[in-house]
Design a protein around this ligand. Structure first.
Ligand SMILES: [Zn+2]
Length: 247
């Protein structure tokens, strides 16, 4: 029965790990989608930056075009005053064109910065993808291994359960429902180690005798009592295939 409980604990722990695997895979994917989102927003920023640069370049062309138009008009000017006014317009348009050119240069630097950011994020994403793919492969390999261990332990448990009388097994299962993995309680120094209640001396004596076939339950917590004195000889601690596969 101790072996049964050990296997129940093993399978429960394995099941918990197996059930946690999809979450671990999702977490790995979530990490990746964060990196992808960062890259997407950087690319959007780049598109916006390029659009701004285009707009500013058009500004330059417009002001230059205007200055040219004024220059063409200057040949047909009759009065000195009109000529002066036109010269003033030309100078103004050229100054605007030059200011717009400065803004284009500034914007080009901004574009370069965003381009560097996009490149860096692309490289980082590639690294993340590699790392996450490796992590997922590892999780999947662990899953397969744990699943095998679980199957082995489950089969072993079935075989052991068969050897236990039906009423005993039934009792064990009922207590195990209330105390999963801890339906049995060790008696040491005359106490139930699960709840601390004193166990009657004659019960301890019976538990410690080699030929005891009777089941005793703790009067307080209801667990099935056992003593380690005779049991180790009956079921030596087993580092079987299941135990080894866990490491
Ligand atoms: Zn107890």
């Amino acid at each position: 029965m101790l072996e049964l409980e050990r296997l129940d604990q093993t399978t429960a722990a394995l099941r918990a790990e197996l059930e946690g695997m999809p979450k671990r895979l999702r977490e790995a994917d979530a990490k990746l989608s964060g990196d992808r989102a960062a890259l997407t927003s950087a690319k959007e920023a780049l598109t916006h930056s390029l659009g701004e640069r285009k707009k500013l370049e058009l500004d330059v062309e417009q002001w230059k075009g205007r200055a040219n138009k004024y220059r063409e008009q200057s040949s047909s000017i009759k009065t000195n005053e009109a000529y002066k006014a036109l010269q003033h317009e030309i100078a103004g348009a050229e100054a605007e064109a030059s200011r717009a050119e400065d803004r284009v240069l500034e914007q080009m630097m901004a574009v370069e910065e965003v381009e560097r950011r996009v490149k860096r994020l692309e490289a980082e994403l590639k690294e993340s993808e590699k790392a996450i793919a490796a992590e997922k492969r590892q999780i999947e390999a662990q899953f397969a291994e744990k699943k095998k261990s679980w199957e082995t332990a489950t089969a072993e448990r079935k075989a052991i359960a068969k050897k236990i009388p039906a009423d005993m097994l039934d009792l064990y299962e009922r207590i195990a429902k209330k105390h999963p993995g801890h339906a049995l309680a060790l008696v040491r120094d005359g106490q139930c180690r699960a709840c601390g209640l004193r166990v009657l001396p004659h019960m301890v004596q019976l538990l410690e005798s080699d030929n005891n076939e009777e089941l005793f339950r703790c009067e307080s917590c209801g667990r099935i009592l056992y003593s380690l004195e005779p049991i180790p000889q009956a079921t030596p601690p087993k580092e079987s295939a299941t135990g080894a596969a866990n490491h």
